[in-house]
Design a protein. Structure first.
Length: 443
């Protein structure tokens, strides 16, 4: 199917625009990692994201050039300005763009290792990360060099990639073994063998990892509820820690008895791995908050309160990491759904204009989508601060904590009010810490 002049013009112009957005987004990710090099470069997450962004910058430029590198005089193409050499170069880097979906797969593996299996950063770096980079580089450039050696890079309507020459020639797999192609026979098969098979392998693997991650987080939530129920049972058994009973605090002996009851219940929730604690930058803040709230308790109760704090903290952070991972998967799907559909239709012998428009719009945009997902935690933190400031203004400078609103605060902590937001900032510090952790450490 040949397109009209207007349709060919639309298909040519769209990648110029979307490719620029992708280059800008990926460049911002690279800048953010390099601007805080000493901190972020130590984390496998940021190194994987940096690798993906570097590949995406180069490949988005290749996509963004659109029809310009196609040889002059090519029929049915708007603004072909290149030569055989420029077309070959563009096709090479378009094929190498398979690295970007594979990095998405590796990011999902990182999330799974971090959340479900509680693997610390050093083990991920030593046992997994290096092989991820090597595998992606080998596959991306290996298949690109095969295409270069076989002479497969030709005009492919949207840009140069695997295609037969002259364009529209009959390939032998569809013509009883007879071909009219001078070069690039059966390249439609190799499109799937060298690119889309690996793309959908990455999509399927990412979906599987996200399902396992979702199950792990749900299990974590159930364990957290079980721990809370055991804690409340122990509190009731020990005479109870007063909830919302004026400003009276529980006595030292009552807290001692509650803590001893918790210890007798056994370890309802195992203590977290020390390396995982070191990776979470907010642990110190949480510990100090609990220390303030349990100052009357004996030192022997600290491990129990610390375990409860760390359990709740890890549960909240696991949820944040899980949803951040799902946002990357959503960007992944949006980018490649229409491209896969278009190539599948072409394999069946159809060229549908609107499908190709969506293909040319979304595929060059992946770097921009990844940038939006990467910046989302910071936007979320900014929005929470605005909501908190608005709540402060509406209450006349007096902030009531969520525990007080729900009636679940205990002792003096349950009756605590913050004037002007100073004390509330301390009690809410863990929210910002976790979002910052998600941005800097876990995504």
């Amino acid at each position: 199917m040949s397109f009209t002049y207007t349709q060919a013009k639309v298909l040519s112009i769209i990648p110029h625009v979307t490719g620029c957005f992708s280059v800008a987004g990926s460049s911002c990710i690279i800048y953010e990692v390099l601007s805080d090099f000493k901190t972020k470069w130590r984390k496998p997450y940021h190194r994987l994201l940096f690798g993906m962004a570097c590949y995406d910058v180069v490949c988005s430029i290749a996509f963004g050039l659109s029809t310009w590198p196609i040889p002059r005089g090519s029929p049915g193409v708007y603004a072909p300005l290149g030569t055989v050499g420029t077309c070959t170069a563009q096709g090479f880097f378009v094929q190498a763009s398979i690295a970007v979906p594979l990095y998405n797969l590796c990011l999902s593996i990182y999330y799974l290792l971090k959340v479900k299996f509680s693997v610390n950063e050093r083990i991920i770096r030593r046992k997994y990360e290096t092989w991820m980079h090597v595998f992606i580089m080998f596959l991306a450039f290996g298949t690109a060099f095969v295409g270069l050696g076989m002479g497969w890079y030709h005009d492919s309507t949207l840009w140069c990639w695997f295609n037969g020459s002259p364009k529209g020639c009959k390939q032998s797999w569809r013509n009883d073994g007879v071909t009219t192609c001078e070069q690039g026979d059966n390249t439609q098969i190799f499109r799937w063998a060298f690119y889309y098979a690996w793309l959908w392998f990455a999509i399927a693997g990412t979906m599987l990892n996200m399902f396992l991650l979702w199950r792990a987080v749900k299990k974590e939530e159930k364990n957290s509820v079980r721990w809370t129920m055991n804690y409340m049972s122990a509190s009731q058994f020990g005479g109870g820690i007063p909830h919302r009973q004026g400003s009276g605090a529980s006595s030292r002996s009552s807290l001692q008895f509650v803590m001893s009851s918790i210890r007798r219940l056994g370890s309802a929730r195992p203590s977290l791995d020390a390396d995982a604690d070191a990776d979470a930058e907010g642990d110190g803040e949480l510990d100090s908050e609990f220390a303030d709230n349990t100052a009357a308790a004996p030192s022997s109760s600290a491990p129990n309160r610390r375990a409860a704090s760390q359990g709740q903290s890890k549960n909240r952070l696991s949820n944040m990491v899980m949803w951040q991972a799902f946002r990357y998967v959503l960007a992944f799907w949006i980018t490649w759904l229409f491209g896969s559909l278009n190539r599948l239709l072409q394999l069946a012998g159809y060229n549908i204009f609107w499908v190709m428009v969506l293909h040319s719009f979304f595929v060059p945009m992946q770097g921009f989508f990844n940038f939006l997902v990467y910046k989302y935690p910071r936007f979320y933190r900014w929005r929470k601060k605005r909501q908190k400031a608005k709540k402060t203004r509406s209450s006349g400078g007096v902030i009531i904590t969520d525990d007080e609103c729900a009636g679940t605060g205990s002792g003096s902590h349950g009756a605590k009010l913050s004037n002007g937001g100073a004390s509330n900032d301390e009690s809410r510090k863990s929210d910002d810490v976790f979002i910052e952790d998600e941005t800097r450490t876990h995504s």
